[in-house]
Design a protein around this ligand. Structure first.
Ligand code: FUB
Length: 453
């Protein structure tokens, strides 16, 4: 049962307390908060990744909201903030766990597990939104299904039939109606056999390796179920089938047990001609079993449709596009960072906040082309401010400009500062190094842009 993980996790928590490293690589994809249970979806030529939100120093999966990040280049991730929370569902009381968003009927449906307060059991709710970025509202006012099992995933087949699957310890499915918020027939179990899901080697008393986190999709006529296996620690395995309901054939391990998290959770997607495998681990400082972080690897399917085995890396997926610095960019578009946070901005969207002397943000693949002449940023400060230093290629690389930020009279009192820039040409990684001599936070940043004049 998923409850067993609570006791096993103490070991992982102790290990994670030793993690005092400060390195920020491209994996995990988010450094400002702990994220878990990735659910990628492509919409309008952009890759969105919905995540859970682990709380710092947790001793259980006591999450309260769901987050969204998106990218157009697999390197720079835009923070969209909270898109749904336990407060969205009046009947929910705890455990904002692994969900998935699918698009249909010109709407977006967010299937997510949480505790049904009245029964104390895990139940699956449905959030709905007209836009992918939310906010999502409760589509039903009550759970869609409830049997104390979790981790919903949805497949919409080519014939239009949608299937909701969820799991742990069993694997359930039900046929969703066209409206995506009701179903036909009764929930039924997919039989878990060793031939279908592999033999178990973990500690729990189950026959097959199947544990939780099914991610069901169809590719080139083959149905895939990628899932968290064994417990605990989990690895990631997969099965394939000629149909949405089986018969499933076990195909092997996608990612062995790695990283300082006793759970893992798959999300698989094709984007701009590449295939990506999303997962989570405990790689951020202070990370562990209850403080996880989402990461991604690029992979290539074998000719027979099989998925190659992958390892967790800190380098992540290669960047596949460049960024135009002459268009206004949100400050919360981040490839790597240290120290900073994000918050809701009074001018819309989010801003970057909690900036201290020495903190930084990295943005990758910035295409300066023939050269930038100036830089502008939208900033606010309730203290004496500081400086935004602009460095190329590394945190201490060539300094191309420095923008001074002074007090604006409040953390949400915004003004635009501009400074001159030199020697910024070509495609370069850009580091915003934040400096200042005052104590406490220096300033907030809402957006930035370079100018050719
Ligand atoms: O994040 C809470 C639970 O941990 C998820 O629902 C499972 O898949 C596991 O990752």
């Amino acid at each position: 049962m998923w409850t067993l993980k609570a006791s096993l996790s103490v070991l992982f928590l102790l290990v994670s307390l030793d993690d005092t490293g400060t390195a920020r690589a491209d994996n995990p994809i988010v450094q400002t908060i702990y994220t878990a249970d990735p659910a990628p979806i492509v919409y309008n030529n952009r890759l969105y990744c919905f995540t859970d939100h682990d709380l710092p120093s947790s001793t259980f999966f006591n999450m309260t909201d769901w987050r969204l990040f998106s990218t157009a280049d697999m390197a720079n991730w835009l923070d969209h903030g909270t898109v749904m929370s336990l407060k969205t569902f009046s009947w929910a009381s705890a455990n904002a766990w692994a969900g998935q968003v699918v698009s249909r009927n010109n709407k977006f449906y967010y299937y997510a597990p949480m505790v049904h307060g009245a029964t104390g059991a895990m139940a699956i709710g449905v959030g709905v939104s007209d836009t992918i970025t939310g906010p999502y509202v409760d589509a039903l006012g009550h759970p869609l299904v409830e049997n104390n099992e979790i981790d919903p995933t949805v497949l919409i087949d080519d014939d239009g039939q949608a299937y909701l699957y969820w799991a742990n310890p069993d694997l359930w499915y039900v046929k969703l109606n066209q409206d995506m918020i009701s179903y036909s027939g009764s929930p039924a179990m997919i039989q878990l056999t060793v031939a279908g899901f592999g033999a178990r080697s973990g500690s729990e008393n189950r026959t097959t390796s199947f544990e939780e986190g099914p991610w069901v999709y169809k590719r080139n006529g083959l149905y895939y179920n990628v899932f968290a296996a064994d417990c605990c620690s989990e690895d990631i395995r997969y099965s394939t089938s000629p149909g949405p309901l089986g018969p499933w054939t076990y195909r092997g391990v996608v990612m062995p047990t790695q990283g300082s998290s006793f759970t893992n959770h798959p999300g698989v997607i094709d984007y701009k001609g590449n295939s990506y495998f999303f997962y989570h681990n405990g790689a951020l400082p202070g990370g562990g079993g209850y403080d996880r972080s989402v990461a991604v690897e690029r992979f290539v399917y074998n000719a027979d449709g099989s998925i190659p085995q992958m390892n967790m890396t800190t380098t992540g997926a290669p960047r596949i596009d460049t960024l135009n610095p002459y268009q206004r960019q949100e400050a919360e578009l981040i490839a790597g960072s240290s120290g900073v946070s994000t918050e809701v901005c009074s001018e819309g969207g989010l801003d970057v906040c909690n900036i201290n002397n020495g903190d930084y943000i990295k943005v990758e693949g910035v295409n300066f082309a023939n050269g930038a002449k100036s830089f502008s940023a939208r900033v606010a400060s309730a203290t004496t401010g500081g400086n935004i230093e602009l460095h190329l290629d590394s945190l201490h690389g060539a300094l191309i400009g420095t923008c001074a930020v002074r007090s604006t009279g409040g953390w949400q009192t915004w003004t635009t500062v501009t400074c001159s820039v030199s020697n910024a040409t070509g495609v370069r990684d850009l580091f915003f190094a934040y400096t200042g001599s005052g104590t406490g936070f220096l300033f907030n940043v809402n957006w930035w842009e370079f100018n050719k004049l």
